[in-house]
Design a binder for this molecule. Structure first.
Ligand SMILES: [Zn+2]
Length: 381
């Protein structure tokens, strides 16, 4: 009898422990506050667009679609963020509330997307990648640390097989050839990428060309990068070059934010100086991109993972459940399910509904989105 009772009580203890362990397990929730990791003691909002008074928030990097608007009043919100992201965000007119750079059970992991970009490993159970790139480009060296977790929240901007990027070395070689041919004919070249992240890479990759001018807004960000020990060369700003009549002395190279060839600024440079344009974006894998943007050349250089690299991240993380977010989240989740993973697409604000077949067939939907939202940094990929 005694041994039966003992057996029962051990069983009960084991059961209680199992329940307790289960209640500690983190869950992923989406509400009108945004995407969050919950467990019984805490809630962490991931890259929310708005904050409320008592939130605990993680900001992965300083691109506009990952960072909250400056709150109107002082808040008690705590923001887990890297020092680089805090500096860049504040310089761009955002305001990081009560920044903290470390927190127990939460680890920030370099994601190689832009300077200061981090993923969040929470409680050794959940990894949120934010935007991620696992390839070496210029001064961006990713440590390739992908934690093994139960739940992976992965960006899926380029989560379709047609988005496989060439080696960045090939892109640099091809671009140098275009610039060299143009210089021989005395033709100026305007190179373009989004202003935070891609533009600084382009300064680094094409630093040997002279004279090298840069738009004033990009130079402001370059200054922040230099403060953070990224050795970008000094460049002459567009306004200085124009004031001193430098642009009429051709050829030259100029770095500008990515815009369509139909913009007034580019039109005037093309008419006045006969300049050619080269845009850099992962979307350039789509042959229609160059025409849609009205560019002379489009190069598939991205700060995101391509399709194969996204699969590599999932494989290395070996999760029980994958949540896909941004870009081709539905397609990528479907691919993962076909490979045997449990996978579900989500958005920042609500669970994503699967699209209909006709919507699915609209290959250019994301490109159209870019055209409509030219200010969204990451859409320029
Ligand atoms: Zn980004």
């Amino acid at each position: 009898m005694k041994s039966v009772l003992l057996h029962l009580s051990i069983k009960t203890i084991v059961k209680i422990k199992a329940i307790k362990k289960l209640s500690m397990v983190s869950s992923i929730k989406v509400s009108n506050e945004g995407l969050a990791i919950h467990n019984e003691n805490s809630k962490i909002l991931l890259d929310p667009s708005k904050i409320h008074n008592d939130n605990f928030v993680f900001v992965s990097h300083a691109h506009s679609d990952h960072i909250y608007k400056k709150p109107k009043n002082k808040t008690k919100v705590k923001t887990l963020v890297s020092k680089e992201t805090e500096l860049i965000a504040n310089a761009r007119g955002y305001e990081i509330s009560n920044p903290i750079y470390e927190e127990k059970n939460l680890e920030l992991i370099d994601t190689g997307h832009i300077l200061g970009s981090k993923g969040l490993l929470a409680f050794n159970e959940v990894y949120y990648t934010g935007d991620i790139s696992i390839r070496k480009r210029g001064f961006m060296i990713h440590q390739n640390k992908i934690p093994k977790v139960d739940k992976l929240i992965i960006e899926s901007t380029f989560g379709k097989p047609e988005f496989i990027f060439p080696d960045p070395k090939e892109i640099v070689h091809e671009t140098n050839q275009i610039i060299s041919d143009a210089y021989e004919k005395g033709i100026p070249v305007i190179i373009m990428g989004y202003s935070l992240g891609k533009a600084q890479l382009l300064v680094d990759l094409f630093r040997h060309w002279d004279p090298f001018y840069v738009s004033d807004s990009i130079e402001n960000i370059n200054t922040i990068y230099r403060k953070m020990k990224i050795p970008l060369r000094d460049l002459i700003t567009y306004s200085e070059a124009e004031k001193n009549y430098c642009l009429s002395k051709k050829p030259w190279i100029m770095l500008s934010s990515l815009m369509t060839g139909r913009s007034k600024f580019l039109q005037s440079l093309k008419e006045k100086y006969n300049a050619i344009t080269i845009g850099f974006s992962g979307w350039a894998c789509n042959p229609g991109y160059r025409y849609m943007m009205g560019l002379d050349y489009a190069m598939p250089l991205s700060d995101h993972c391509d399709y194969n690299e996204l699969l590599e991240v999932v494989e290395n993380s070996n999760p029980k459940k994958v949540y896909t977010i941004h870009g081709f989240s539905e397609d990528f989740a479907r691919t993962l399910r076909d490979l045997g993973y449990e996978a579900e697409p989500i958005t920042n604000g609500h669970k994503k509904k699967e699209t209909t077949k006709s919507q699915k067939n609209n290959k250019n939907a994301n490109l159209k989105k870019i055209k409509k939202n030219p200010i969204l940094d990451s859409f320029f990929g």
